[in-house]
Ligand binder design. Sequence first.
Ligand SMILES: Nc1ncnc2c1ncn2[C@@H]1O[C@H](COP(=O)(O)OP(=O)(O)O)[C@@H](O)[C@H]1O
Ligand SMILES: *[C@@H]1O[C@H](CO)[C@@H](O)[C@H](O)[C@H]1NC(C)=O
Ligand SMILES: *[C@@H]1O[C@H](CO)[C@@H](O)[C@H](O)[C@H]1NC(C)=O
Ligand SMILES: *[C@@H]1O[C@H](CO)[C@@H](O)[C@H](O)[C@H]1NC(C)=O
Ligand SMILES: *[C@@H]1O[C@H](CO)[C@@H](O)[C@H](O)[C@H]1NC(C)=O
Ligand SMILES: *[C@@H]1O[C@H](CO)[C@@H](O)[C@H](O)[C@H]1NC(C)=O
Ligand SMILES: *[C@@H]1O[C@H](CO)[C@@H](O)[C@H](O)[C@H]1NC(C)=O
Ligand SMILES: *[C@@H]1O[C@H](CO)[C@@H](O)[C@H](O)[C@H]1NC(C)=O
Ligand SMILES: *[C@@H]1O[C@H](CO)[C@@H](O)[C@H](O)[C@H]1NC(C)=O
Ligand SMILES: *[C@@H]1O[C@H](CO)[C@@H](O)[C@H](O)[C@H]1NC(C)=O
Ligand SMILES: *[C@@H]1O[C@H](CO)[C@@H](O)[C@H](O)[C@H]1NC(C)=O
Length: 699
Amino acid sequence: MNKHPKPLLFLLLFIILFSQSVLSVDFVFNGFNSTNLSLYGIASINSRILTLTNETSYVVGRALYRSKIPTKTPNSSQVLPFSTSFIFSMAPSRNKAILPGHGLVFIFTPNTGINGTSSSQHLGLFNLTNNGNPNNHVFGVEFDVFANQEFNDIDDNHAGIDRNSLTSIISHTAGYWPDNIKSSSKSNDSDDEEKGFEELKLNNGKNYQVWIDYADSIINVTMAPVGIKRPKRPLLNVSLNLSDVFEDEMYVGFTSSTGRLVESHRILAWSFSNSNFQLSESLITTGLPSFAIPKTPFYKHKSFIAGVTVGSFFVLVFIALFALFLVKRERRRARERAEMEDWEFEYWPHKMTYQEIDAATKGFLEEYVIGFGANGKVYKGVSPGGTEIAVKRISHENDGMREFLAEISSLGRLKHRSLVGLKGWCKKEKGTFMLIYDYMENGSLDKRVYYDCDESKMLSCEDRIRILKDVASAVLYLHEGWESKVLHRDIKASNVLLDKDMNGRLGDFGLARMHGHGQVASTTRVVGTVGYLAPEVVRSGRASTQTDVFGFGVLMLEVMCGRRPIEEGKPPLVDWVWQLMVQGELLAAVDARLRASGGFDEEEVEKVMHLGLLCSYPNPNSRPTMRQVVKVLEGKNEPCDSETEDMEAYLLQKVKSRDMWANYSQNFGYSSHPTFDDIRQSHSSSMSLSWTISMVDGR
Ligand SMILES: Nc1ncnc2c1ncn2[C@@H]1O[C@H](COP(=O)(O)OP(=O)(O)O)[C@@H](O)[C@H]1O
Ligand SMILES: *[C@@H]1O[C@H](CO)[C@@H](O)[C@H](O)[C@H]1NC(C)=O
Ligand SMILES: *[C@@H]1O[C@H](CO)[C@@H](O)[C@H](O)[C@H]1NC(C)=O
Ligand SMILES: *[C@@H]1O[C@H](CO)[C@@H](O)[C@H](O)[C@H]1NC(C)=O
Ligand SMILES: *[C@@H]1O[C@H](CO)[C@@H](O)[C@H](O)[C@H]1NC(C)=O
Ligand SMILES: *[C@@H]1O[C@H](CO)[C@@H](O)[C@H](O)[C@H]1NC(C)=O
Ligand SMILES: *[C@@H]1O[C@H](CO)[C@@H](O)[C@H](O)[C@H]1NC(C)=O
Ligand SMILES: *[C@@H]1O[C@H](CO)[C@@H](O)[C@H](O)[C@H]1NC(C)=O
Ligand SMILES: *[C@@H]1O[C@H](CO)[C@@H](O)[C@H](O)[C@H]1NC(C)=O
Ligand SMILES: *[C@@H]1O[C@H](CO)[C@@H](O)[C@H](O)[C@H]1NC(C)=O
Ligand SMILES: *[C@@H]1O[C@H](CO)[C@@H](O)[C@H](O)[C@H]1NC(C)=O
């Protein structure tokens, strides 16, 4: 009997030791060998990688550790703790037309094989009949990429804990809370709970590591992209007594399925232990193959292609429109250019922008209006340089634009100390046109000579004559000072402006025309101002230097007499002065206020009056030329010049001659000077007498 106790004791000891060793299971697979696992369904091991499913439809793949493992203390309700970790990859098909699905499950199952399971949404875990059956004794942690309402799935990218059923006890969108994000301790609402959560897309082919720990009836499920240290905060954390689910020994492994939706489910590494919770750290997380679908280069991406297509369409449309705009502008410019001679461009006065002018006149404030012309208002402004300018705003008609531009070009070239300088121009698209002149501080002459003008502003006789000399020199410059002959056509008191030194300056070149010397100018329309119009202009519409002389003659008379050429209830100025001259009372015509304010040089005044009469003589051929006029006017101040004296004597004699007078009354009569009525009759409504663009022969 002594023999027996020893072997028995040894056997007992052996049994105890064996049972201990059986209860403790741990393994690490950094890559698989087909001998390590039992494979079911379509599962396979290739290149040390466990492939549960490939892209075959409606299949189940399952892999279980080759033997059962103890999960409970035998004949007790005590569930053994366990710790497992694995690295998985779910890769959708490269064929984008195939939708990815369905998911994989880490399982504890009492049975081998795939009996009682079905594919697609059942994940190879259960089938329609046994789903939710407590007798399944199946526990799983699912990674599901299909939102199945049948099982109350929260979304199509979640992790969940399944106990005998595909309806999870608890689930959460797949992802993790990186450790560096502090969860807010202040507030406890669910938004803050989720703070810092980073969703991980399960089936993008990337490698994810999962940790599942169970101890003291608490199960933690944690996941993170491979390579990242296990996050402290688990994804799923639930109190769970697995005593009823687990049998004493269970198979442990993975299962997955495809349906119409397919994807490759792979396990790359796996560790399991029911004693050593640090074993997961033995998993090699580096140097793993990647099944992530190489991103389609952005330029091959459908949305990119679509975007580029649409984008380039718009760009093309834009370019086309812009090109059209440029072409149109070029054409317009070319058209405008074609209207100009080359020389005109050389002298083209500075073009200003509408903005500049708008700023200079503070947006065309009414307060800045300094005058009203026949064609629009005249504004005062201050140019950016600080100099004062006068802006003449003109509403123009388009049909005259071509000629008008030609006009402008001529204006800019004209520079004379007695001409109002044209600084520039601005054409606003259709409608308004602006001319910018030097500002004339002392306004226009008409406000300073007529008997109804402000007494304090009234000009002395000397000033008047000086100004007339200025104007005469300006007209002479227009007529002769240049390779081209320029007619002013609208010489009158309101077009004579006075600068700060009270010098007379001839302005308003709107009606100026150029003619090659020797060319006969003619117009198809009458231009000018009633009262200043030579009779031949009214009759024939023909303008000439002589018609400017006529206008200047009228100007001389009105400046000396202080009355307008035509006034209601009075004979026309020229006729009236002629009469007085014939009656030998020429000086009676002179502005009475001049006499009152200290008299005047009678001889000088008489000369000017005579000259004025001669210039406004009805027969154009009897009028002196502008050169003669200037010579006579300047005569006295210049050193004795026989020619000038002769000229003056000749002219005066001519004026005073009885023949002239006889001729005048005989041939022209009192009504020879056109009045408003005459003009209205012969030209009806077309008599906008100022700023009319006219055609001239030879251009
Ligand atoms: N350059 C200028 N500087 C100051 N005032 C001006 C200037 N140009 C015009 N004006 C004022 O505006 C008024 C109208 O001028 P204008 O347009 O030349 O008259 P119209 O069109 O009748 O010939 C003038 O009488 C004058 O008072
Ligand atoms: C598995 O291991 C056996 C023996 O160690 C070896 O012969 C076999 O090639 C391995 N298979 C794989 C797939 O690694
Ligand atoms: C897996 O199988 C191989 C070959 O049969 C063996 O060498 C290795 O130890 C096994 N690994 C585990 C964890 O069982
Ligand atoms: C899937 O794997 C099985 C066996 O492992 C193979 O017969 C089948 O051709 C594979 N299908 C695809 C689509 O790769
Ligand atoms: C567990 O109980 C069964 C009967 O219920 C018995 O056969 C078995 O030996 C017991 N096992 C242990 C380890 O106690
Ligand atoms: C699965 O069920 C089939 C019958 O449906 C049976 O033939 C087969 O042996 C079972 N496999 C396992 C592993 O139980
Ligand atoms: C589910 O599996 C069980 C066996 O485990 C089987 O009896 C049953 O018929 C299956 N149900 C379906 C719908 O396949
Ligand atoms: C946070 O929880 C405390 C008690 O635990 C509660 O009194 C408080 O209202 C909660 N705050 C929020 C924002 O839910
Ligand atoms: C589960 O997580 C909580 C909090 O992170 C931790 O206190 C607990 O020990 C974990 N349990 C297991 C079994 O890892
Ligand atoms: C996990 O759950 C346990 C028990 O439900 C709880 O004590 C613990 O605070 C939880 N941990 C986290 C991180 O939520
Ligand atoms: C788990 O449940 C079983 C029976 O349902 C019970 O006997 C056991 O005490 C429970 N374990 C824990 C830790 O609550």
